[in-house]
Design a protein around this ligand. Structure first.
Ligand code: ASP
Length: 412
């Protein structure tokens, strides 16, 4: 990544974003679709290319790198608990804030003629069963992230249990992880152009005017997410991690900005690993929590699930009972866990939530117009949630700030 220079990656990403909005507002949508959209698609393809081996290798190395099996179990349990608690709180935040802002009032559509149950959400037990791949190679080729993660963690556990004899394989995956981080950093050099293409296409297709009627939806998402940071994250930083809030925000700035501009957690993962290390997380804990959280810990997406459910219910005049709202929280957590770290994935996953509470899936088309903006907001928090968890677990293990970065990490 361009370090040191004044016009480094963060500045380039912002420039790509601003230029994309300006160009998108003046060119025709045909021009944008023909010439600009492919620039963005190329970026998304590059990210999708790196994500499976990146997550797999770093997660195997992260799990196997904790040689003490009981410590590995402890770290895994703490990490997953922090993920689960913050995700459930996030959906609830989305529900409450949207309940106050009422983003869907004033925009009334009828449900007449619309069938809510056009897709049926898979049964809970099937969702769980599906996490276990029948064939890990099929999971790799299809990019089924939850299955890849399940296999990676089991592989890492077993590798760790092999002790000395497993070391060469651990070293191998450690190196593959470093190669993939380097590859992600190479791909990220192209990101400013990709971001330019993606945002220019969105603006030219939907126009800036679409922002107005759906402005309240954006506002609700933003307020809910900001409140999550203020009410949950900052107290965690101050009370549990115990580092100055300024240091924390400065430390997470680069991955946050990459997530905000690219709308992809996967794109920000390499930067997130480095920044959580710099903030004091240990190598093993961050290489366990960050690749795992990259797919399963999506607090921003969880907020979005709550906000969009209220929005869509209001637009279609559907009353969500308390029971429905509890369903939204449960399905929202599952939908967020299953969301891949690529642009727009959350919008598709929101259908799981909508279906469960009888909201017509046409709501998705309505939200799609502003989804890019909502995606920027949610992805930034998805990424920040992962590094925060790595820091919390490092602190709970009494290891925060005790393992300085090695040369290899700095060189990647
Ligand atoms: N774009 C999000 C991410 O990469 C996922 C989502 O669409 O909610 O984290």
């Amino acid at each position: 990544m361009a370090k040191g220079s004044k016009f480094g990656l963060p500045a380039q990403m912002l420039a790509g974003l601003v230029l994309g909005v300006v160009v998108g507002a003046v060119v025709s949508s045909e021009f944008a679709a023909t010439y600009l959209q492919p620039l963005g698609q190329l970026f998304i393809r590059l990210i999708r290319m790196v994500v499976v081996p990146l997550v797999f290798a770093t997660l195997v190395a992260g799990a196997a790198g904790i040689s003490d099996i009981s410590k590995l179990g402890r770290v895994a349990v703490k990490t997953v608990l922090v993920f689960a608690i913050t995700t459930a709180i996030s959906v609830t935040f989305g529900l409450i804030v949207a309940g106050v802002i009422d983003p869907g009032l004033g925009l009334t559509l009828t449900t007449e003629g619309l069938k809510a149950k056009t897709v049926t959400a898979p049964a809970f037990v099937d969702v769980l069963l599906n996490i276990v791949p029948i064939n890990p190679f099929e999971a790799f080729t299809k990019g089924s992230m939850l299955q890849v993660i399940f296999f990676a963690i089991m592989f890492g556990f077993c590798l760790s249990a092999m002790g000395e004899r497993g070391k060469p394989v651990l070293q191998f995956f450690d190196l593959v992880g470093d190669v993939m981080i380097r590859m992600t950093n190479a791909v990220m050099r192209y990101a400013p152009i990709g971001v330019f293409g993606l945002i220019a296409f969105t603006v030219s297709r939907h126009g800036l005017a679409v922002l107005l009627p759906l402005g309240k939806l954006i506002l609700a998402s933003f307020v809910a997410t900001a409140l999550l940071v203020i009410v949950v994250y900052i107290p965690i930083v101050v009370g549990i991690i115990r580092i100055p809030v300024g240091t924390y925000f400065k430390g997470i700035f680069e991955p946050w900005l990459i997530a905000f501009t690219t709308c992809s957690s996967a794109a920000a993962m390499a930067a997130n690993l480095l920044s959580s290390r710099k903030l004091g997380a240990t190598k093993t804990i961050s290489s366990f929590a960050i690749p795992l959280g990259n797919t399963i810990n999506m607090n921003g997406t969880a907020v979005y699930m709550g906000v969009t459910a209220i929005f869509a219910a209001q637009v279609y005049g559907i009353d969500l009972s308390l029971g429905d709202q509890i369903t939204v929280v449960m399905m929202g957590v599952m939908a967020a866990i299953g969301t891949a770290g690529v642009p727009g994935a959350g919008l598709i996953m929101s259908t799981i939530v909508f279906t469960q509470v009888g909201i017509p899936l046409e709501a998705v088309a309505l939200i799609a117009g502003v989804d890019r903006v909502l995606d920027m907001i949610r992805t930034s928090i998805n990424v920040v949630g992962d590094s925060t968890t790595a820091l919390v677990v490092s602190r709970l293990e009494g290891e925060l700030g005790k393992e300085p970065l090695d040369e290899d990490e700095l060189a990647a």
